[in-house]
Design a protein around this ligand. Structure first.
Ligand SMILES: Cc1ccn(O)c(=O)c1
Ligand SMILES: [Zn+2]
Length: 259
């Protein structure tokens, strides 16, 4: 009904263009990254993350993923540098993952998927007044994508909280979590202009995909699969997994690489 979408056979990525024609647009995400065809750009400086004063608020199951929201009423936690012309405020982070052990990342590298992908979503509060306004503007969002391949010491803080958000619509407090602990040591990256990977698929994202994957264990990934897409009040329990969109056409875009 209406703008209802999901990852199933009938409401999944191949059906999204019915309600969201931009799905067939010229800067859609994710993409398959070909490192040897990425243009090394010496002008691309390092990514700078100022998360030390970030304020996490809650963790929620929104029926598509598990999301940790942050206080974004000021510039307390921002990403800047790299391809970005100004600081972008951290709004939320969430994950995409696969079924039992198989692929699950959204971006792929030379056709290879990782088990999962973390997205840290930021918005351009210099140019726009609200996240909603930024989300539909070409330079409105910056999403940091981090591949997740096998045991991560800090991830237990997330996986230990997942049982509290098993059902769609559940929200619990999640304070004092700094997502910097989820990042790999080196922040070398690929960057390109793309879109949200879920409806409404706005072509508003400057993607910054970190090359080095973070390590999570199969056990930890298994805990993400204890979540369900459906609400507690619904009778069926549809396990939350394979909530990723496959790679989209590059359509002439250039992918740049930091050093
Ligand atoms: C804003 C937004 C919404 C969904 N997803 O998957 C994203 O990566 C970013
Ligand atoms: Zn995402």
């Amino acid at each position: 009904t209406g703008n209802q979408w999901g990852y199933g056979k009938d409401d999944g990525p191949s059906a999204w263009n019915k309600n969201y024609p931009v799905a067939d647009g010229d800067r859609q995400s994710p993409i398959d990254i070909l490192p040897h065809q990425a243009r090394h750009d010496p002008n691309l400086g390092p990514i700078v993350l100022n998360y030390d004063r970030c304020t996490s608020i809650n963790i929620a199951n929104n029926g598509h993923s598990v999301v940790v929201e942050f206080e974004d009423s000021d510039d307390r936690s921002v990403i800047q540098g790299g391809p970005l012309d100004n600081p972008y405020r951290l709004k939320q982070f969430h994950f995409h993952w696969g079924g039992k052990g198989c692929h699950g990342s959204e971006h792929t590298v030379e056709g290879n998927s990782y088990a999962s992908e973390l997205h840290l979503v930021h918005w351009n509060a210099v140019k726009f007044k609200t996240f909603g306004e930024a989300a539909s503007a070409p330079d409105g969002l910056a999403v940091l994508g981090i591949f997740r391949s096998d045991e991560h010491r800090w991830l237990h803080m997330i996986t230990d909280a997942l049982y509290t958000v098993k059902f769609k619509g559940s929200v619990t407090d999640f304070k004092g979590f700094n997502p910097k602990c989820l990042l790999p040591s080196s922040l070398h990256y690929w960057t390109y202009l793309g879109s949200l990977t879920t409806p409404p698929l706005h072509e508003s994202v400057t993607w910054i995909v970190v090359k080095e994957p973070m390590i999570v264990s199969e056990k930890q990934l298994g805990k993400f699969r204890t979540l369900v897409f459906t609400g507690e009040e619904e009778d069926e329990r549809t396990r939350m997994e394979n909530n990723f969109r496959p790679p989209q056409l590059l359509k002439g875009r250039t992918v740049r690489s930091s050093n």
